[in-house]
Design a protein around this ligand. Sequence first.
Ligand SMILES: C[S@@+](CC[C@H](N)C(=O)[O-])C[C@H]1O[C@@H](n2cnc3c(N)ncnc32)[C@H](O)[C@@H]1O
Ligand SMILES: [Zn+2]
Length: 273
Amino acid sequence: MHLKLNEAHVKALRCPQCGKKIFLNGEFTPGEDMIDGKIACEKGHIWEINNGIPSLVYPAIRPQDAKWIAEYDEMAESYDEMVKQYNDFLGIDLMKERARFSQFIPIEGPVRIIDVSIGTAANFMALYESFKNQMGRFNLHGMDLSTGMLRVAQRKIAESNFDVSLTHGSVFNPPYQSNFFDIVLHTGGINTFSDIHGALKEMLRLVKSSGIVIVVDEGLSPKMRETEKGKAIIKANNLFEARPPIQFLPEKAQNLEITYVMNETFYQMVFSK
Ligand SMILES: C[S@@+](CC[C@H](N)C(=O)[O-])C[C@H]1O[C@@H](n2cnc3c(N)ncnc32)[C@H](O)[C@@H]1O
Ligand SMILES: [Zn+2]
């Protein structure tokens, strides 16, 4: 079975309340998957597992984020159809654009990736298209604060031929070990986050010193902004007015590279520690 909590998943986690390791409790039989139940940290903080997805949200969701999460819960089932509008609107093939992320994958060896706002798992679906025959070398994790989006991701992944460990958590305090991932990926949410600096700082915490953080969101390139097309895009959707949030980068961030993708309509920041 796919997508049930297992030992490899738990190894990546840490308690969002105290930072200590998480353990599967006595109900768990090694080698089997856990669907519903509880996990606890060394200090005894207890977290629920619902349908194979552990919920490690701490502290409670802020009101300004809760509004967005309620919207994502609501739109989860129609999200993939909705974002297809970007294909015509921006003159792109969104799934092909997502697949460009394969340029960051080392040509061989194991790779640990986390998509910290996995949404409907579209980035990993695109990854699968590029690496179908080598999925065995990937250890994939996906986190989101919307249980609606996680459910859609879970269903899509279960229908596919690879595994992703899914966790309900927040990018402001992701319940994962530090220095754990080769690639920390975020696409599409940061422009509306209530604490952009906090989110970027946590993404950097999760990545290994040899790894990279990739952040992509709406924001036209300086050149595109000056064109009629660019002006029309911003007029239709003011999210595209956003600029790469470099003022919120953590001090420890290094080697920042900014490029523009999706026909110069999204910024892409890549950095490391
Ligand atoms: C526009 S969607 C993008 C989804 C996906 N990354 C994609 O590229 O299609 C933004 C996602 O960010 C998630 N999100 C919003 N706030 C979050 C937070 N604090 N922590 C984790 N995920 C969050 C939403 O639930 C939603 O799935
Ligand atoms: Zn704890």
